[in-house]
Design a binder for this molecule. Structure first.
Ligand code: PEP
Length: 252
């Protein structure tokens, strides 16, 4: 049985005061919830303060990216060691906004994932097709490229901890959600590919989140699907009520 994992991607939202209010609110709402891994991924400038707020709680800290080098002249980037120092546990890698607006490639994603794993942290590796790729019938080939490229050279022993997030780009921030059946079809495909890349036992143990306009009113139908093990949530993670409700509903 795979343990569900719900992660909130705060993107470039919130200043410190608002972020503290959100994190404190989530702590109050979620302190008694068990049976699900809860992650929040605030922007870099918020990590330090939020880390203090959630220390010792059932909410884990995530970051939205990390560079592959340990240190160096890489303006605007953060290293795994720098994030680890703030008690970051999960790092989102290859988010479609990184691929779309900042030119991230499968090769870069692969290097970042390797760095996260060697730093002992857990990558949340995002894969997913955009609208034109879906309309051309290329969903599966795009997802396969993201998986094969991102996982290149990563052995089973290390890969088993990676969390995958299937995020159809056309459903991110648009209010359009893939239907549970559409999402399940791709999740099933991802698990099949992971079984080919690694083996069936490994693939069965890996967790695959769905992301794309997840809300309190659609999480239950999504999480019921055989291969959907949680959600990566953008917009609805920015409010205490909606994110708490999503987390609660993911454990029934
Ligand atoms: C995301 O950014 O990962 C995401 C899924 O956003 P939203 O929930 O707003 O669609």
């Amino acid at each position: 049985m795979r343990r569900p994992i719900i992660a909130g991607n705060w993107k470039m939202y919130k200043t410190i005061a608002d972020a503290l209010e959100l994190a404190n609110g989530l702590k109050r709402e979620l302190y008694a919830i068990e049976g699900v891994d809860i992650v929040i991924a605030p922007g870099f400038t918020l990590l330090d303060e939020i880390s203090d707020v959630i220390a010792g709680s059932n909410i884990n800290l995530g970051a939205q990216n990390a560079h592959w080098e340990a240190e160096g002249a890489f303006t605007g980037e953060a290293s795994v060691a720098q994030l680890k120092e703030l008690d970051v546990k999960y790092i989102i890698i290859g988010h479609s906004e990184r691929r779309q607006f900042f030119g991230e490639t499968n090769e870069g994603v692969n290097k970042r994932i390797k760095a996260v794993l060697s730093g002992g942290l857990i990558p949340i590796m995002c894969v997913g097709e955009n609208l034109s790729q879906r309309e051309k019938g290329n969903t599966f080939s795009v997802v396969q490229d993201h998986l094969r490229g991102g996982l290149e050279g990563i052995e089973k022993e290390e890969a088993k901890d990676i969390i995958f997030a299937y995020e159809p780009v056309w459903a991110i921030g648009t209010g359009k959600t893939a239907t549970p059946a559409e999402a399940q079809e791709v999740h099933g495909f991802i698990r099949k590919k992971l079984a080919e890349i690694y083996d069936n036992d490994t693939a069965q143990s890996m967790r695959i989140q769905y992301g794309g306009s997840v809300k309190p009113d659609n999480i239950e139908d999504l999480i019921k699907q055989e291969d959907i093990d949680g959600a990566l949530v953008g917009g609805a993670s920015l409010k205490v009520d909606s994110f708490s409700e999503i987390v609660k509903k993911s454990v029934g």
